[in-house]
Design a protein around this ligand. Structure first.
Ligand code: NDP
Ligand code: OXD
Length: 309
């Protein structure tokens, strides 16, 4: 069996080692590769160039090294009959839990204000409310959203979740669909986006959403840059509708140096690092997917082409 690896350059050797150690009998070629494209069975990819996957005529499985698959499905030539498996990995989940907890604390402890005082050498106390006094709304209550919800509940936050389909989750007030959105937003003092980017969720963090949040809300986006209408966020920050934002993902990455979000005093910017896939932990999910393919078993974490995630 032959696997084509397309990943960030600094991760190639780590992925090759992990594949060599964990998937016996697998031949690995790396992009841009020389050889017969018809011989590739499996592609393990992050941000494959348009047309690459369609050119592999005997491809049987695509595995995304990321939890999101928008970087693959945005290619209109993607061969939609080839199964696509996305990354579900305890390391990735732990990374997201840590990021979301950190970002939520930054917002509810009003650290943007305290850091501003520090910059001016001002000893000033900010009034803060405890976690038990805050309502946090998580948009996208899937693998990552549920794990983050549990962690936040453990810290005492009142957690709500919003999803496409109805859900019952211990300790989480759940809402779903467009009908449930308004109520969910009205109550979300901290809004956390952990949605996949699909045609239905593109631009969801825009004016209409911000206007439904309580005045002075916090917005945390660790989903995708395409969820955010950046001009609307800047306007909501100016109006005070949004008091503070923690942003990990952007429409254009890297965020252009002249972008106003960089030096907004109430915006924290991180460079798409909320949860990073480490080959050493993610290899187990990759090995399982290849094993399921080899044994013709149903594939775990299969992406629905209808839903786009
Ligand atoms: P899942 O597929 O497990 O969960 C997705 C959730 O979003 C589900 O609850 C789903 O609803 C909900 N959803 C999807 N479409 C809609 C919609 N139209 N309306 C309402 N809810 C919707 O994904 P993960 O939790 O594993 O990952 C989520 C995203 O996090 C990824 O797609 C990626 O974009 C982002 N991510 C970002 C990282 C970073 O470093 N910044 C790292 C890893 C992931 P339902 O439950 O009903 O299906
Ligand atoms: C992911 C990501 O989707 O790294 O896993 O953003």
């Amino acid at each position: 069996m032959k696997l084509l690896l397309k990943n960030e350059r600094h991760l190639i050797e780590r992925w090759k080692n992990a594949l060599h150690n964990r998937v016996p009998g697998l031949e690995v070629v790396t992009f841009p590769f020389v050889g017969d494209p018809a011989e590739v069975d499996v592609a393990l990819v992050w941000e494959p160039p348009q047309g690459l996957l369609a050119s592999l005529e005997n491809l049987r499985l695509v595995i995304s090294t990321g939890a999101g698959v928008d970087h693959i499905l945005r290619d209109p030539s993607y061969p939609r009959d080839v199964p696509l498996v996305r990354m579900v990995d305890p390391g990735l989940t732990q990374g997201m839990i840590e990021y979301v907890v950190m970002a939520t604390l930054l917002c509810t402890r009003r650290m943007h204000r305290t850091f501003a005082h520090q910059a001016n050498r001002v000893w000033q106390e900010e009034e803060v409310r405890l976690a038990t006094d805050h309502k946090v709304g998580i948009m996208g209550i899937g693998v990552l959203g549920q794990a983050c919800a549990s962690a936040l509940i453990g810290m005492g936050y009142n957690v709500m979740g919003w999803s496409r389909s109805p859900k019952r989750l211990d300790g989480v007030e759940t809402y779903h669909g467009i009908d449930g959105l308004e109520k969910f937003l009205n109550r979300s003092e901290v809004l956390i986006c952990l949605l996949p980017l699909t045609p239905d969720t593109e631009g969801i963090l825009g004016r209409g959403t911000f206007n439904r949040l309580p005045q002075g809300a916090a917005v945390i986006n660790a989903g995708r840059g395409g969820h955010m209408v950046e001009e609307d966020l800047l306007a909501a920050l100016d109006r005070g509708r949004v008091e503070v934002a923690v942003l990990d993902v952007f429409r254009e990455e890297p965020l252009p140096t002249e972008h106003p979000l960089w030096d907004h005093p109430r915006v924290f910017v991180t460079p798409h690092v909320a949860a990073v896939t480490a080959p050493e932990t993610a290899i187990f999910a990759v090995a399982d997917a290849i094993d399921e393919l080899r044994r013709r078993l149903p594939l775990s974490n299969l992406v629905s082409m209808d839903h786009g995630y």
